[in-house]
Design a protein around this ligand. Structure first.
Ligand code: MSP
Length: 499
């Protein structure tokens, strides 16, 4: 029986166009979903747009267009990003959908019925930009911990009894696998141990959001609204629906999130779910942030790197590869186009590309394009075993791609050492075996690359006569001698330096 997994990205503020930061978070989730599917799991993968909140309304007002039109436009930009990046999501959720609104209201009612929400008065610091509340102790030089302006707010508000969930939350974090990487887990544990205050979960005078049931002068706090997307994507509140049953009630949920929204996902979200007596996510994978030439990427600085230009210049898979390879999952990275070009050339053109190019050329020139016959020595078998068992697919850590580079490098060295061009003259049988081993290694590398660069790996595998791979188990299906291979062309042409 296959495991059911639910993989999600955050839903992106429909407040502007997507940039490499959003592209990156989606990419991690996509590689993860693809990798789990190839592992035999049944995966449902969701992404979407977060469309409520004062900030969004302000932005639409500034442009003098209706908020509906504004969010529709931006939501479409995110949808287009998914198409462009070959994202394998199964659904795209918008918080302005009626289905989503129903889910938020149902969750709210459930919290209310469970006496976890009460009406009182809020006074404290609120950042409109982050749509987040902060304690006095968290304010640094008059700004939020993430550097946004905050305003002192005093108003009637509904509260969620977050303080009551301190112990259950600390118990949850005892599962060392709950938050990746571990350093982020420590950050959360310290925050929760320092004491939790009840959370203000409604705003008054906010006209763009979901009204509180029975008290429409209040709007449900945008983060409660947004977090519920993970349930509405699975048809909640219809808890009998197949999607909800399979992936939320009985599946394992993995939320991929950026480090800036950790508190919402590691503290508020599980507490809300516990309060509503709903199952909890299994894992949070927390990615770091990309800067652009050392600076935070922001609309106001106008330094957002346009992923679509990169894709146009270098090809989708080269760009996907770079972002997933360049930094280990969890770390921050600085985007620099020159580094990107060097990386693509070194890893994809010179290492993997060269391995494929020279091996296939020899098979076509020395063996008429047929997969050669072979006879393997004990050492050959040992070598191949290392390739068959090189990668465990349970988690993507960002190091898989560097491991694949090591494999390609080892394969290139194997070819250099065995020198099929010399064997061709004095030991044709051995030459056949060496080329067969090389094709087998290419097959492994092609399969390992599938979650990361799906199109190119498909092409690569087609060059060795494999049309489709549905499961990593197919690593066991050795190539058949005597099969005629199709013609091929370079996979990753070298990028010439651009000044
Ligand atoms: N709408 C909320 C999330 C609600 S989820 C229930 C939000 N949206 S966001 O558009 O601001 O950010 C979405 C994701 O993009 C976050 O995971 C964030 O970390 C990620 N990134 C935004 N800029 C980024 C970089 N410069 N680098 C890497 N990821 C970044 O927060």
């Amino acid at each position: 029986m296959s495991d059911a997994f639910y993989v999600s990205t955050p839903i992106y503020y429909a407040n502007g166009e997507p940039h490499i930061g959003h592209f990156y978070t989606n990419l991690i989730a996509d590689a993860l979903a693809r990798s789990m599917r190839l592992n035999g799991s049944d995966v449902f993968f969701s992404t979407g747009t977060d469309e409520h909140g004062q900030k969004i309304k302000h932005s639409a007002d500034e442009l003098n267009i209706s908020t509906e039109e504004f969010v529709e436009r931006n939501s479409n930009a995110f949808r287009n990003m998914n198409t462009l990046m070959n994202c394998s999501n199964n659904t795209f959720i918008r918080t302005t959908n009626e289905q989503h609104k129903k889910a938020v209201i149902a969750l709210w009612n459930r919290l209310w019925e469970n006496n976890c929400i009460y009406l009182s008065e809020y006074s404290g610091w609120y950042s409109i930009r982050e749509e987040a509340f902060y304690d006095e102790s968290e304010i640094i030089d008059g700004l939020s911990p993430f550097g946004s302006p905050v305003e002192w707010t005093k108003e009637e508000s509904y509260f969620f009894n977050l303080s009551k969930w301190q112990e259950p939350l600390l118990n949850l974090y005892k599962d060392k696998d709950f938050i990746f990487p571990q350093s982020r887990s420590n950050e959360v544990i310290n925050f929760v141990k320092s004491g939790l205050r009840d959370l203000s979960v409604s705003r008054i005078n906010s006209q763009w959001g979901i009204p509180v049931p029975n008290n429409p002068k209040h709007t449900i706090y945008v983060w409660v609204d947004a977090l519920t997307n993970y349930l509405s994507a699975l048809n909640y509140p219809d808890t009998n629906s197949t999607l909800y049953q399979k992936y939320w009630a009985n599946g394992k949920t993995v939320h991929v999130i950026g480090k800036d929204i950790l508190r919402f996902h590691a503290v508020y979200w599980p507490a809300l779910l516990m309060a509503a007596e709903l199952p909890l996510p299994k894992k949070l994978i927390v990615n770091g942030w990309w800067t652009s030439n050392g600076q935070k990427i922001s609309k106001s600085l106008g330094n957002a790197v346009d992923y679509s230009n990169l894709i146009e210049m270098f090809g989708l898979d080269a760009v996907r590869y770079f972002f997933l390879r360049e930094i280990s999952l969890g770390n921050d990275g600085d985007f620099d186009q020159k580094i990107m070009i060097n990386r693509i050339n070194a890893d994809l053109s010179n290492n993997i590309g060269n391995l494929v190019q020279r091996s296939l050329s020899m098979v076509h020139n020395y063996c008429d394009g047929y997969i050669p016959k072979y006879s393997l020595t004990h050492l050959d078998n040992e070598l191949l075993q290392q390739f068959y068992n090189a990668i465990q697919h349970q988690v993507i850590t960002g190091n898989t791609l560097s491991l694949i580079q090591t494999l390609a490098d080892r394969a290139n060295k194997f070819i250099d050492k065995e020198a099929p061009w010399t064997l061709k003259v004095n030991d044709v049988d051995r030459m056949h075996s060496v080329l067969f081993i090389t094709l087998e290694i290419i097959r492994c590398i092609g399969i390992y690359l599938m979650p990361y660069i799906p199109d190119s790996s498909k092409r690569l595998l087609s060059y060795i006569g494999i049309n489709e791979v549905k499961n990593f188990k197919e690593l066991n299906n050795t190539l058949q001698s005597g099969v005629k291979l199709p013609t091929f062309s370079p996979l990753f042409p070298r990028i010439l330096s651009q000044g």
